[in-house]
Design a protein. Structure first.
Length: 219
């Protein structure tokens, strides 16, 4: 049920100001992270801190992206959807920075070792799959590409519901536990996914009933 009968609206200056703050935080924080890492301000293991922070914040942005659609329905208001592309892009930026930190600082650009790590560590394969899907979503997020792709665009962008469990699985495996910190992300993810799962179930039931009626009609 929507919280308000009258749709919530932001003034143009409010929307732009909020977007500016998001840009300032997202770009400022990742710039500070790498600056602090280079200047040895991230503790005894700066590379590990960089990897963890960029990966964790990629998940934060991903969860925030998934929050916008139900928030828009709850208010009701189209305003949250105005921020979806921007936050989705930052999800990819932080996820790519996560990978880049691992390759440049942890593996030190040893591509043979990178290939070996990918093959021998399943959680890296899962993380790479999530990153590739994020790249596809980011590359096709422009209005012109949306128009050219038509209905295929929505099908592709529904893969965000696959990216979430892949990202959480990657995070859990990398932490070597599904409990402690990872379990909270899984709980939030399930809460965000539950309305969509219910919708999928209803759609599946309708299709099954239609197939059953069609078979009976033919018989």
């Amino acid at each position: 049920m929507p919280l308000r009968k009258k749709p919530f609206r932001l003034a143009v200056w409010q929307r732009r100001s909020l977007k500016g703050l998001i840009h300032l935080f997202a770009l400022g924080y990742i710039a500070w992270l790498f600056f602090a890492g280079v200047t040895d301000q991230l503790g005894p293991d700066p590379v590990n801190t960089l990897i963890n922070e960029t990966g964790t914040w990629a998940i934060h942005f991903l969860l925030l992206t998934l929050t916008l659609s139900p928030l828009a329905k709850w208010l009701p208001s189209p305003e949250p959807m105005q921020f979806r592309r921007m936050i989705g892009v930052y999800t990819f930026v932080y996820a790519f920075a996560h990978l880049l930190t691992y390759i440049v600082f942890e593996i030190q650009l040893d591509m043979a070792l990178v290939a070996s790590e990918i093959v021998s560590r399943p959680y890296i394969i899962v993380g790479m799959a999530a990153l590739l899907l994020l790249f596809a979503l980011t590359a096709t997020s422009f209005k012109r590409i949306q128009r050219n792709m038509g209905k295929k665009w929505q099908k592709l962008h529904n893969s965000i519901y696959l990216i979430l469990p892949l990202a959480l699985l990657h995070f859990s495996w990398s932490q070597k536990t599904f409990w402690q910190e990872p379990v909270w992300y899984w709980m939030i993810g399930l809460i965000l996914m539950s309305p969509r799962m219910k919708q999928w179930y209803v759609t599946y039931q309708k299709k099954s009933q239609k197939k059953s009626r069609d078979k009976n009609a033919v018989a």
